[in-house]
Design a binder for this molecule. Structure first.
Ligand code: FE2
Ligand code: FE2
Length: 175
């Protein structure tokens, strides 16, 4: 049976987990924007756009998580969980991004169960929705890693050539 104490415990625990998720999402936004800048700088438009689009989706996750925190009368702690990892190697970027997505999906699955045990089905559903997105993000990075394995350096060279062709023909880079 739900009494006032249980309800307070549920809210406190959910707010703590939702804020941990906000911190991880902020770290992901920073990391993917950093990868975006460096892929863009090296002329890899396809990957630059993939990182940029994913950063925007992670930002929208922060929005959803924050709305739930405020609904539970909590405060949103806008602090990234980790510093940005610095690398200019595309292979390392993709590997690290895939790791981040896997660990987010694992955490959110676990936290959905905690919220469910605490009778907070709305936060549970939110975490489950995020798992779906993070698994999709993982797949996108996994596909790109496969492409790199299959086509080697040609894979990156083709992206640079594509950009040069677009510039030469006056076409804007693919969004
Ligand atoms: Fe996310
Ligand atoms: Fe993600």
């Amino acid at each position: 049976m739900i009494n006032a104490n249980n309800l307070l415990h549920m809210k406190t625990k959910s707010i703590e987990l939702l804020n941990k998720a906000v911190a991880d999402e902020l770290a992901a936004v920073h990391q993917y924007m950093y990868f975006h800048f460096h892929c863009d700088d090296q002329g890899y438009d396809l990957l630059a756009n993939l990182f940029r689009r994913t950063a925007i989706e992670e930002m929208m996750h922060i929005e959803k998580l924050s709305e739930r925190i405020l609904f539970l009368k909590g405060e949103v702690e806008m602090k990234a969980s980790v510093e940005v990892k610095k690398t200019h190697s595309v292979k390392e970027m993709l590997e690290f991004a895939a790791e981040m997505e896997t660990s987010s999906a694992n955490d959110y699955n676990e936290w959905a169960n905690v919220c469910s045990a605490n009778a907070d089905s709305v936060s549970k559903k939110l975490f489950e929705l995020l798992v779906e997105d993070e698994e999709r993000h993982f797949n996108q990075y996994d596909d790109e890693m496969e492409n790199m394995k299959k086509f080697g350096d040609n894979y990156l060279a083709l992206q640079s050539i594509e950009r040069s062709k677009n510039i030469a023909s006056g076409r804007p880079a693919a969004e």
